[in-house]
Every structure is written in C-alpha cells, then in structure tokens.
Design a protein around this ligand. Structure first.
Ligand SMILES: Cc1ncc(COP(=O)(O)O)c(C=O)c1O
Length: 375
C-alpha cells in the first residue's frame, strides 16, 4: 500500500548536507563518541570490546532500566528500545490501529505522525494548534468535539514540533481526561522533553499519568545525538507492548549493539547534555528575538515555549517556493510548514546548533542586500 511522501525528510535529503547555512534543523548540537565517553567518564576500551552479535529485541536490560529511571512509575519491563525514534511511530500505529479506527492528530506535526496514521486509518481528524498574537494555543473544546466513541488514538507531541508549544499541566491533564473518557490510546511524542528553556516547567511524562499512554522519546533532540538513532517507547500495557514488539520483528528485530551501549553512556551524561543544549537554544533565541524585531514586516514571530524549533510566519506568496530558492541561490535552509500540515506562509526555524548565529548573520546580510536592491 502506498504512503504519502515524507516531505520533510525528502526536503532534508535534498539540502541538509550541501547547504551551508542551516536555520531550520530540529536536532541540537552533536558531539563525538570521544567527547561523549569523556563526559560520562568512560574509557573507550569497553566500547571496543563490545560484541557485534544480535541484541535482545526489547532492548538491553541495563539500558531499559536506565531509561525507566527518568520516569516515576515506569520499570524496565515497560520500555521497548528502538532502532531509531521514528521507528516507534510506525510500530505504535501499526500495532494499535485498524483501518476503521478514528485517530486524532495534533497538527501541524512531524510528517510521520500524520502520514503513518493516514496510511493505516481512513478516519484521521486533525486537531489544529491555534495561532495567537504572540504564540500558539491548544483548543481543548475542539479536541472534545473531535473525539467520539470510535476514537482509538489521540496523537500529540509536547514540546511541539514545529510551534514550540508546551501546555500547562492542567491542559495536559485535560487532554488525558478526554482520552480516558473515550478509552483511547494517547500516543505522546516526547522527543523534545528536557528542552524546557523558558518560564514553563517540564510536564510529567504521559507514561506517568495515563495507563493507555504510549510514549515516544529518544536521544536525537534534547541530547543532540541523532546519529546514534537511539529511541524508545514506553508502553505500560502488556498486550500493547507485546503487539509492538511483534511488529518490531518485521522492521529491525533488535537495536544496534553500539547504539545501545552509547545510549546507556549518553543517559549517564544526560543532564549535562540537556543543559548544554538548552544554553545553546537560549543564546540563539536571544539573537533571533532581535533579528525578528528588526524584520517585523517580513516575519511573524511567535516565540517557542520549549523545544528547539519555532514556526514563523513569512510575508511571501509561497513559503515552499521561497525556501527552495533560498537554499539553491543563497545556501540558507528553512523548512516550509506545508510539509507538516500547515499553510504555505510559514517556515520552521531551529535553534539547537552552534552554527545558528553565523547562519542567521548570513541570512540577514542577504535580506539587507535584497532591500537595497529593491529600493
Ligand atoms: C516530533 C518528532 N518525533 C519523532 C522524530 C523522529 O526522530 P528521529 O529522526 O531521531 O528518528 C522527530 C524528528 O525530527 C520529531 O521531530
């Protein structure tokens, strides 16, 4: 069966590795294996001695126990280690959904959250994030209206890619109550949890609040280690977990041994990695604030409450055309929001990298040049 194009990844395949000024990536600053081992006080000997045999399908028990420690009610038994975070979306939806099931997806969204749901179910409804003057809001009444007795799954992602929205605890509990009332699963993508860089406190994980939650998390964003391809699902329901692991036998069978080892090391250095990346985001956001204030007529800036990305309005005919032109003619990479189920007049900015200031300066120089040429 065909599936919709994964527009964001197709776009990044075109430009990410040949465009010098990356302004829209969602990951945070990566480090080398050597730096990671140093940070955790580990020697490379252990890594070099690691066997390259098959690993346990559900994941290494030590890694699962270490993952469980970042939740309150979760044990290692509830953790399914993935071969990449994105795999978790596919596994969870394949295992839990049938074509006639109703699914509600918070949109805009990372493509897989919408496209895999629509690939499996004929009844996907979009729950739209609402723009305000200076931010983004959840419309809980709209969610309440969308949910029916046939709703099988509600899909959310907090902190949210691409808006940077982070709900209050009361709002999060209200979403869970709505899910509870209809008996639906809550697939909660927590890939950016730990990147609360502003006033708002971290939310508890859905895994600690709701027994029908399926939580996706990993090391690509908060820890800045996307090349590890390390992620996990938290599934406290035994039957759901067994079904997910069965699907995993058809995709990747078991996690990569070196990734599992390094993921365990990364969790030991987890707090330091997250602090470091929040510091980078805060610095880049300060610079972005003055940039957007200077170019107010061209951009509509709604600052993110958490996470590494923001959704920014753009006064152009088509953000899609603009972004392709910008990448090809000026080597500056922005991401059109239409790929993530939003309109064609917004783009995503990403603030997690050390290279953001120089990329933004390059873009600013280009904007000034264009203004001078048109005046
Ligand atoms: C919300 C969200 N979920 C899942 C993923 C998948 O993570 P990974 O690319 O590390 O597999 C991403 C990646 O951008 C994401 O933004």
């Amino acid at each position: 069966m065909k599936i919709a194009p994964f527009a964001t990844e197709q776009y990044f395949s075109l430009y990410e590795f040949n465009t010098p000024h990356l302004l829209s990536v969602s990951d945070c600053q990566m480090i080398s294996i050597g730096e990671l081992l140093d940070m955790a006080g580990r020697s490379e000997k252990e890594l070099l001695a690691l066997g390259l045999g098959y690993t346990e399908s559900q994941g290494n028990p030590d890694l699962r126990a270490a993952v469980a420690k970042s939740y309150k009610k979760v044990t290692g038994e509830d953790v399914v280690v993935l071969t990449s975070p994105v795999e978790g979306i596919y596994l969870a939806m394949q295992a839990m959904l049938e074509p006639e099931d109703e699914v509600i997806v918070l949109t805009p969204a990372y493509d897989a959250l919408i496209n895999v749901a629509e690939h499996i179910s004929r009844n996907v409804r979009r729950w739209q994030v609402v723009p305000t003057e200076d931010g983004w809001e959840l419309d809980l009444e709209a969610l309440d209206r969308l949910v029916t007795s046939n709703t099988k799954m509600i899909v959310v992602n907090f902190p949210h890619n691409p808006t940077g929205l982070l709900p209050d605890l009361d709002q999060f509990r209200a979403i869970i109550q709505i899910a509870q009332r209809s008996g639906s699963w809550l697939l909660c993508d927590e890939m950016y949890r730990g990147l609360e860089h502003g006033q708002k406190p971290q939310l508890p994980s859905a895994a600690d609040l709701y027994d029908r939650a399926i939580v996706l998390a990993g090391l690509s964003k908060t820890h800045g280690l996307p090349g590890l391809r390390a992620g996990w699902l938290i599934v406290t329901d035994d039957e759901a977990r067994a079904s997910i692991i069965n699907w995993k036998h058809y995709t990747t069978i078991c996690p990569a041994a070196p990734s599992e080892y390094l993921a365990l090391v990364a969790l030991e250095a987890g707090a330091e990695l997250a602090e470091r990346n929040k510091g980078i985001i805060r610095g880049n956001l300060r610079m972005a604030e003055s940039f957007f204030a200077e170019w107010r007529g061209f951009f509509t800036w709604r600052p993110p409450q958490a996470g590494s990305v923001a959704l920014v309005g753009l006064a152009v005919e088509s953000a899609n055309t603009y972004c392709h032109d910008l990448a090809q003619s000026a080597g500056v990479l922005l991401l059109p929001a239409s790929f993530m189920g939003y309109d064609d007049r917004h783009v995503r900015f990403g603030f997690g990298r050390h290279s953001f200031p120089s990329a933004l300066k390059h873009y600013q120089a280009l904007l000034k040049k264009n203004v001078a040429a048109n005046s």
